[in-house]
Design a protein around this ligand. Structure first.
Ligand code: GLA
Length: 312
């Protein structure tokens, strides 16, 4: 039997930057999805079916190829279970792990064509490039990357589900992508990577604020790396808070449930917390100092190995 495992991902910072040719600092987590090509396969959930059909079609396999899926990613999304599924299945079917960009693009096409989600490459690359103990700084302009030690000492990162799965999550995400394209076009740029806060002044609302978010968020990625290099986790926590405020106020991607979840993380002693992923619901990422206990429903996340083939 052939199989493969692909982890879920967390994103330390750098949100809504991937499709703007920007920067992000994600990491693969321990939990994930294992796919086996078994003789009989297993009954797939509707939510799994489009991704399986998509990957099979992309790689030229019959649509009735039996596949079985086992996942220990929490229900409710936010940790890229769909990207983990597509990457695990592609590897199980023999796709080349030596070309992560091609593999990530395959996953992106499946998200777009089979699930209607016009995503960037953050999730797939984070899942493929994962390394124990390290996050990865990805530059989406030239698709280069560099691993960065994520040394937290006795501090912990945890995700907390907001419980909100808003119906407009996908349309909200796709709207933000469109606004960013419009803003870049209005500024005469091919992407917002080269936009400045000053140039945002010339744009009508809400495009100016979208640009301000992207410019600030790219800068926070490198500021977070500097904080990690200095072992200054208080400074990292401040950057998480700033990222959240920007996503809420400038990017308009928060919802009341997410705000309540951030507040809950802070009450439990988080030094910093922010919404993570596509927005409009999903999970919150919080940084807890040694003396603080994450809430009972939190999932402590640590940087772990990337997707790989496993024996059946
Ligand atoms: C989702 C998408 C990613 C990325 C994030 C926001 O997770 O799948 O490509 O755009 O949202 O940073």
């Amino acid at each position: 039997m052939t199989g493969a495992f692909a982890p879920g991902r967390a994103n330390l910072i750098g949100e809504h930057t991937d499709y703007n040719d920007g920067l992000a600092l994600p990491f693969a987590i321990e939990r994930g999805v294992e796919v086996q090509l078994t003789a009989s396969g297993s009954q797939l959930a509707d939510s799994e079916n489009p991704y399986v059909r998509g990957v099979l079609a992309e790689l030229g396999w019959p649509s009735d190829t039996p596949v079985s899926i086992a996942s220990d990613l929490p229900e409710g999304g936010g940790l890229s279970s769909s990207a983990a599924l597509t990457m695990a299945l592609a590897l199980a079917l023999g796709a080349d792990p030596g070309d992560p960009v091609a593999l990530a693009r395959l996953g992106q096409r499946v998200e777009r064509e089979y699930a209607g989600a016009d995503t960037g490459l953050l999730d797939q690359l984070a899942i493929l490039l994962g390394r124990e103990g390290q996050a990865v700084r990805i530059d989406f302009r030239d698709l280069s990357w560099r691993h960065v030690p994520l040394d937290l000492g006795d501090w912990r990162l945890a995700t907390i589900d907001s419980g909100a799965q808003h119906a407009h999550a996908q349309s909200g995400y796709n709207d933000r992508r469109r606004e960013c394209r419009e803003a870049a076009y209005a500024l005469g740029l091919s992407s917002l990577r080269d936009a400045t806060v000053a140039s945002a002044e010339s744009l009508p609302a809400p495009l100016g604020d979208r640009v301000r978010h992207v410019v600030g968020e790219n800068a926070r990625v490198d500021a977070a790396i500097a904080a990690l290099e200095q072992g200054d986790l208080d400074a990292l926590a401040v950057l998480l808070d700033e990222s959240h405020a920007s996503l809420r106020d400038l990017y308009d991607a928060s919802v009341p449930e997410v705000e309540a979840t951030v507040a809950r993380a802070k009450q439990a002693g988080a030094a910093g917390a922010r919404m993570m992923g596509g927005g409009f619901g999903g999970v919150v990422l919080a940084l807890f100092p040694p003396d603080a206990e994450p809430p009972d429903d939190a999932l402590v996340v640590r940087p772990a190995a990337g997707a790989h083939v496993v024996d059946g």
